[in-house]
Design a protein around this ligand. Structure first.
Ligand code: ATP
Length: 258
C-alpha cells in the first residue's frame, strides 16, 4: 500500500456509456502523478468532458478504476475542484458569495472569517477580477464568469483540479495573460490537474504531458511527454524550437487519431 500512497491519479480501463451500447468514452488508462498537470485535447464528442465528469464523481456509473494515492478518487479525503464548461456559478449569489459558499461547503471548519475573506480577495485579485466581487454572475461576460469559476476552484484548495476548457470564452491576448496567471497560481498550489482544451498551443504551454483523445471509441488516447517545453520559462515557450517541434509532433498524432 505504501507504494501507492503518493502514486497520484490512476485511471485504469475507464469506459463510459450514457446510453447502453453507445460508448461516450473509449478505454482510458493513465497515471497522473500527484501535483502533476496534464492537458487533454481531442475532437468534439471524443469524451473529454465525460472523462472529467467521471473523475469528479458526477456520473451514476462507469466501468474501470479511478484511484487517487491508492484509494478511490471519490473517497472523502480527496477534494475535487471542477471548472465546468458552463462555469457552474450560482446565479443568485454574488461573485464573492459564490466563492465563500464553496469554501464553507468544502472545509466548514477552516480558519477565521477574516482569513477567509482575505483569501477570497486574494484569489479574485490574482484572476484580475477584484472589482467584480459584488456583481452577480449573469451580469458578467463569459470570460469574466470563467475567471470567477477558476478563482473558486483554486480557493477551495483542491487535491485534484479539473478544468474543462476554462479559457474558451477569452480573447487571444487575455487568454495568454490568464495562462501565465493560471500557471503561477498552479505552481504556488500544485493540485493534481487535468486541463481540457481545444487549443493545441495551450495544451503544449500548460501540460507536463499532452493527452490526445481519439475520435474512434475503440482506439486509445496517445499520451505525449511535454517535459522539455514545460521545463522552460513560460514567456520563452512560444518562440522555442521545443515548442515548434512539439506542435509538429502533436499535429501528426491528431491527423492519425481524429
Ligand atoms: N448526458 C449525456 N447523455 C447522453 N450522451 C451524452 C451525454 N453527455 C455527453 N454525451 C455523449 O457522449 C459523447 C462524449 O461527449 P463529451 O461531452 O464528453 O465530449 P467532449 O470531447 O467533451 O466534446 P466537446 O469538445 O464538444 O465538449 C458524445 O457523443 C456526447 O453526445
Amino acid at each position: 500500500m505504501s507504494s501507492l500512497r503518493n502514486s497520484g491519479l490512476r485511471i485504469r480501463g475507464l469506459q463510459v456509456e450514457y446510453t447502453s451500447g453507445q460508448p461516450a468514452l473509449g478505454q482510458v488508462s493513465l497515471t497522473l502523478p500527484e501535483h502533476g498537470i496534464y492537458t487533454i485535447i481531442g475532437p468534439s464528442g471524443s469524451g473529454k468532458s465525460t472523462l472529467l465528469r467521471a473523475v469528479a464523481g458526477l456520473l451514476p456509473s462507469y466501468e474501470g478504476e479511478l484511484l487517487f494515492n491508492g484509494k478511490s478518487v471519490h473517497d472523502k479525503e480527496t477534494l475535487i475542484g471542477l471548472v465546468p464548461q458552463n462555469y457552474g456559478l450560482l446565479p443568485w449569489k454574488t461573485v464573492r458569495d459564490n466563492i465563500r459558499v464553496a469554501m464553507r461547503i468544502t472545509s466548514p471548519d477552516r480558519e477565521s472569517k477574516r482569513v477567509m475573506e482575505a483569501e477570497i480577495s486574494h484569489w479574485l485579485k490574482s484572476m484580475g477580477i477584484a472589482e467584480l466581487a459584488g456583481r452577480y454572475p449573469l451580469s458578467l461576460s463569459g470570460g469574466q464568469q470563467q475567471r470567477v469559476a477558476i478563482a473558486r476552484a483554486f480557493a477551495i484548495r483542491p487535491t485534484i483540479l479539473l478544468l474543462d476548457e476554462p479559457f474558451s470564452a477569452l480573447d487571444a491576448i487575455t487568454r495568454e495573460a490568464l495562462q501565465q496567471i493560471f500557471l503561477d497560481n498552479w505552481l504556488a498550489h500544485p493540485a493534481t490537474t487535468l486541463f481540457v482544451t481545444h487549443d493545441v498551443e495551450e495544451a503544449i504551454l500548460l501540460g507536463q504531458k499532452v493527452i490526445v483523445m481519439p475520435s474512434a471509441k475503440q482506439d486509445t488516447p496517445e499520451i505525449l511527454d511535454n517535459t522539455p517545453v514545460f521545463a522552460m520559462k513560460h514567456e520563452e515557450k512560444r518562440d522555442s524550437n521545443e515548442f515548434f517541434e512539439q506542435s509538429k509532433r502533436i499535429r501528426k498524432v491528431m491527423l492519425a487519431k481524429w
